[in-house]
Design a protein around this ligand. Structure first.
Ligand code: FAD
Length: 473
């Protein structure tokens, strides 16, 4: 009986980073149920053109950052274009460019939201974020003495670094530094937090708000050929099987029996890149099921609209458009627009490939007849399309040659998850956030529903902990 050291279930950022770092050290095999690699960070082909599924912005590829460190470690150099403007934020007639250079950004924000303390507020945000990425002991795991010891060392380092700032709420800091701000300025802050942390300032601590607002102060990148290229590049030499989903995992005394759609495999360790909420369905084992079921489902999900647009005009890579009113069937009044690079031969064939996303709840799309579902989806799609055409006045309706969208249901059918993003780290939930380790020997989770959350940077931090637990634990 062939016995693998480790089977990785899923090729999202988490499964991919872990597999690329470990396939030379361990007898490893990765499974992906879908035809595309990368999960929320994949690129797919439809109607003969390519589109980014969800993620479009790549952050963390810079010296001293965990993402760059991992890419260097596996000797993979991605094909990137550094974006000049991280994102342009549009609100009625107002536009603020989130550029990396602090003074230029400050000039932008002063024009739009003048405030005597803008410099203090944004410099503090930037400084807190910089200190975070310099922390040496970032760690959060449970279920072993060494894990608890390192988690305590991490908390101690964070306490020493941030002192009183650690106990300040995001709203408290906004009030203290900027005073009473206009509802527009608050919406400007919240729209960005919703994208990076899935929640608004009233739910957050100063530390998490700073991490959410500061990403455009880092280098931000456009990935040539689509964000899925990063996953394909990282997995180039990794043994994997795609179009082969894992249906069931049986726990034995010192190994796991893994049943896929095509066969049965045996392994000493399993790393699940499925969400923490959907992992229980893979097991019959009562204790494992009970463990996963204790995590409360995070209903947050994404509505994504994909467009193919013929236009000779030039566009930035990313915009966030804030509207006056909430988008129907969403939980947001803003949407994030990403254009393919004009010179990207793969994505921009036949016109710009555009991915537009907003936040919704998985439950909004539940229990509907096919007709109700399609009607609801079209309503949201048309609302966003109108707002898109309203802002991009060089694009006419007839320039759109394709438009189709995805909801929580679409994500469920392709990548086995209804929710998008994990639970944001808040003051009140810090100790209940799931970790990469589980109480079961040889069973691990990775991805954006465990520490340290979503996006390339958040998931990579989790992989760093998993890597240490797996190899030294
Ligand atoms: C609309 C949207 C926009 C975003 N924009 C950005 C952005 O611009 N930049 C950024 O950094 N982040 C962004 N994010 C967040 C980021 O995409 C996610 O946090 C990240 O991709 C999640 O990675 P993960 O490791 O959790 O894996 P997932 O993306 O959840 O992938 C898990 C993989 O496992 C596979 N799988 C699951 N179950 C099984 C099974 N039983 N058998 C086999 N395979 C299985 C799935 O098919 C999937 O491929 C965005 C997210 C969304 C939804």
């Amino acid at each position: 009986m062939k016995m693998y050291d480790v089977i990785v279930v899923g090729s999202g950022i988490g499964g991919t980073l872990f597999a690329s770092l470990n396939h030379k050290k361990h007898d490893l095999l990765l499974f992906e149920k879908d035809n595309n690699l990368g999960g929320c960070s994949s690129t797919f082909k439809r109607f003969n053109n390519y589109y980014n599924t969800g993620a479009t912005t790549f952050v963390g590829y810079e010296e001293g950052h965990i993402v760059k460190r991992f890419f260097d470690e596996v000797d993979y150099k991605p094909n990137l274009i550094q974006t000049k403007v991280g994102v342009r934020i549009v609100q009625d007639e107002k536009e603020v460019d989130r550029v990396q250079d602090f003074e230029s950004f400050l000039e932008n924000i002063e024009k739009t939201y003048p405030n005597a303390n803008n410099r203090h507020f944004w410099a503090t945000i930037k400084e807190i974020d910089e200190k975070f990425w310099e922390l040496k002991k970032l760690y959060y795991a449970k279920y072993s003495w060494s894990a608890y010891k390192q988690s305590i060392a991490c908390v101690t380092e964070i306490l020493k670094t941030y002192k009183d700032q650690l106990f300040m709420s995001a709203d408290g800091f906004i009030k203290k530094s900027l005073g009473e701000i206009s509802s527009e300025y608050q919406a400007f802050i919240d729209a960005q937090l919703l994208i990076t942390l899935q929640t608004k300032s009233k739910e957050l601590s100063l530390l998490t708000m700073a991490l959410g607002l500061a990403y455009p102060f880092h280098k931000t990148y456009y990935v040539q050929g689509g964000i899925g290229e990063l996953i394909e590049g990282l997995l180039k030499d990794v043994p994997y099987k795609k179009n082969e989903g894992i249906l069931e995992i049986k726990r034995h005394a010192d190994y796991y029996e893994v049943h896929s759609t095509k066969g049965i495999y045996h392994t000493k360790n399993v790393v699940l890149n499925s969400t923490i909420y959907q992992s229980s369905q893979l097991f019959d084992d009562k204790a494992i099921k009970k463990y996963y079921k204790k995590f409360k489902f995070n209903d947050q999900s994404a509505f994504v609209l994909y467009l193919k647009v013929k236009s000779k005009a030039d566009f930035l890579h990313h915009y966030q458009i804030i509207l006056d009113k909430q988008i129907p069937n969403s939980i947001s009044n803003s949407f994030f627009v990403s254009f393919s690079d004009k010179d990207d031969e793969k994505l921009s064939k036949d016109g710009y490939s555009i991915t537009i996303s907003t936040h919704t709840k998985a439950s909004i799309w539940e229990g509907l007849s096919k007709k109700e579902y399609e009607t609801k989806k079209l309503l949201t799609q048309e609302h966003i399309t109108r707002a898109f055409l309203n802002y991009f006045d060089t694009i006419q309706e007839e320039d759109i040659s394709r438009a189709f969208s995805s909801t929580a249901k679409t994500f469920q059918s392709y990548i086995g998850r209804q929710n998008c993003g994990g639970e944001a780290l808040k003051i009140k939930n810090i100790l209940s956030i799931p970790t990469c380790t589980t109480p079961f020997k040889g069973l691990y989770n990775i991805g954006d529903t465990v520490f340290a959350g979503q996006g390339w940077a958040g998931v990579a931090l989790g992989v760093d902990v998993l890597n240490k637990e797996f190899n030294n634990g």
